[in-house]
Design a binder for this molecule. Sequence first.
Ligand SMILES: Nc1nc2c(c(=O)[nH]1)N[C@H]1C(S)=C(S)[C@@H](COP(=O)(O)OP(=O)(O)OC[C@H]3O[C@@H](n4cnc5c(N)ncnc54)[C@H](O)[C@@H]3O)O[C@H]1N2
Ligand code: MOO
Length: 425
Amino acid sequence: MTVLQRIEAQGCDCDAAGHRAGLISLEEALARIETHVSPVPGTGAVPLLGAAGRVLAEPVRANTMTPPFDNSAMDGYAVSTAAFAGDGPWSFAVASRVPAGTAPVAMVGTSRVARIFTGAPLPAGADAVIAQEAAHLSHDRVSFDRCPPRGLNIRRAGEDMMPGQVILAPGVRLGPREIAACAAAGVGTVAVRRRLRVALLVTGDEIACAESGRDDAQIWDVNTPMLMAAMRDPQVEVVRLERIPDRRDALMQGLARRIGRVDVIVTTGGVSVGEEDHVKPALRALGGEIHFSGVAMKPGKPVSFGRVGATPWLGLPGNPLSALVTWQLFGGALLRRLTGQTPPRARRLVVTAVPVRRRPGRCELRPATLVGCDALGREVVRFGDATHSARVGSLAAADGLVLLPADRDVLPTGALVEFHPFSNA
Ligand SMILES: Nc1nc2c(c(=O)[nH]1)N[C@H]1C(S)=C(S)[C@@H](COP(=O)(O)OP(=O)(O)OC[C@H]3O[C@@H](n4cnc5c(N)ncnc54)[C@H](O)[C@@H]3O)O[C@H]1N2
Ligand code: MOO
């Protein structure tokens, strides 16, 4: 018999139907970010060595053929297959030597072959390379038992890329694989989107940092160091980090100072419904607009998005896990949109390790750990039996977030669920 996990173990009551009113779906929230944000103007050329993590602004084309010349794929002997007439074995003079990085000096032909090394240019007349393991060497002669097929162990010029060929499209984020393609194509400089300027405003009278100590009713500030770490990205420059008290005037000043000076303002805390939650009132008082406030998700329900002046604003909830999850989902989508980055490819699906029973209505993003593969080779995840948005103690053991759909109350063992790996895990 299968035992289902208990419903919402020790959870809060913020799922109650009345509290769900006015929430939009995760998909709708992401679509609104897409609609209201455009890529920032401004590009620059950066050397390939400093391009990791940047987003391409223009296509990259191959400068040369890759490989640039026919070359050997093995250490061995460059031969002409036409020289293998009649029955073997066949014996030849080793007439020249071609290490990688040197130009061949002699042709190969009916009576002569060349000693050649992996990556070395093929001498004229050669149309195959026989690996040295298949050769019998005696003084300056070499013999072979088998006639090689034409093209054996040869990497042809241009077989990987041709000059002018588009190898990467604009919007691609440059990782090691993309940079490898640029390097192989002879591209030393790439045109990238400029870095995004981000202001991070952390609200809360109750937060204190470890360096300065805390009063009895204060808690340690988790969001500042956590989000600074999450925003550590070659495409992002946090130009302003500020802790702001829970006062509307202070928030208005903090927001107003950043309008038009940064590409995005991110706040944490103060976006829920209490009278101590001043971020949205401050934004409205500055003439800002709120595109959404409240998403049917857990954690992160109060997450909000809008603009102040023309500057996009993302309001992350104060609970640390909520802030991290909403930064990963909405912050990630916002940064991708602002940099014109192409959306991530296929969703990654994994299967649940145990059955789950939960209250439907909000989708849930639970920290989850990959624990191996099942008999069908599918990745299996394990996660806690409830979402606790203020807890981060065991977060380091998680590999990412598992998305439990809003409309599902029961998921059997082996249910397919979406997995979002932590980007800088
Ligand atoms: N009556 C209701 N109350 C709450 C609701 C609701 O729907 N109705 N939603 C709850 C949910 S869900 C969340 S999430 C929080 C979000 O609230 P805020 O975004 O306004 O955040 P705060 O109230 O400022 O803080 C919430 C929580 O997080 C702690 N916090 C804040 N900043 C930090 C920080 N930098 N480091 C560590 N911890 C932080 C703060 O002390 C609070 O405990 O609202 C619920 N309430
Ligand atoms: O459930 Mo809240 O949404 O604590 O983040």
